[in-house]
Design a protein around this ligand. Sequence first.
Ligand code: TYM
Length: 345
Amino acid sequence: MARVIFSGIQPTGRKHLGNYIGAIMQYVAGQERGEPAIYCIVDLHATTVAYDPAQLRERVHDTTAILLAAGLEPERCILFRQGDVAEHSELCWLLTSVTALGELNRMHQFRDKSAAQRELVSAGLLLYPVLQAADVLAYRAHEVPVGEDQREHLELMRNIAERFNTRFGAGTLVIPEHRIPEVGARVRDLQEPERKMSTTGGSEQGTVYLLDEPDAIRRKFKRAVTDSDDPPVLRRGDDKPGVTNLIDILASVRVVSPQSVEQELASARGYGDLKLAVGDAVVEALAPLQERYRALRPDQQGLEDVLAAGADKARAIAAETLADVRAAMGVGRDRRANGRVRGWV
Ligand code: TYM
């Protein structure tokens, strides 16, 4: 059976190593397996907190160029901008009817983000996970590659889909499953390893951006916080978040197991060797991405063309789901005659 893969990513040029290891590497791998693999740059989600309209399209272009530079190929996957496919907004509204307000209020990301807002806590911030559910459910996706921080949103999405099917018709929506990598699902801040690496919440020195200069990357790893074990102990463990993070990052970018990294470093004298090795490995892994990014980013028209072609393909799939959802809910004129979707006449 065809397995549809779907994931979404926020538009920004400041994508970091956590996004890369937790998500983008899995997107590229999904391109081989997905039938189809669909990736969406979520500009509508970006409007739920304060933002600059003039910058939003620039940021979408930044992210598009990063994803293409990381290895997504428009011939082998569907890459598009959420705001180009109106079905996402419509399905979001329709799904609010099977979403409990209490569930939305309890979401950790809503609580954190609303506490961080200085002015308006928008209703959009509360509805953020419903739009995220609409993103995935519109494509009847089976698999959603994400990092650990999206687990709660995925659970909510499954509840929404199940409730919809129970209320309006079994089998209308597919119940999606998350795909969270075993290693690298929660890359930590290099300065504060008890926290996840993050664009908004983390420290500048502890966050490795994909477009950082090689020297800056090496410097950030050199200064990474480890621990005061004496003599140094080069192994993973819950009691060693800083060292575990460095070992996991090294293993992820080399695409080897953390155990093999631990064995390799068994004879190292201190944490310095680990920091050097991971800094070099990340610089090496990101070099081709950075080079391709520099070539792709100036061609705004080329990037727009990729997004427009992706949106056409995405819309064709989402429109079918929406026709079924509208029919199941009794909303609007029934456009399915003899089981076929008909255009307006
Ligand atoms: P965003 O743009 O914040 O993050 C994109 C992806 O990166 C993962 N990630 C991490 N993985 C490992 N370690 C980290 N420190 C780390 N930080 C971020 C995230 O888990 C994510 O997979 N709400 C989503 C965007 C979205 C979406 C969707 C995702 C909108 N609609 C539908 C999946 C399906 C977000 O803010 O991603």
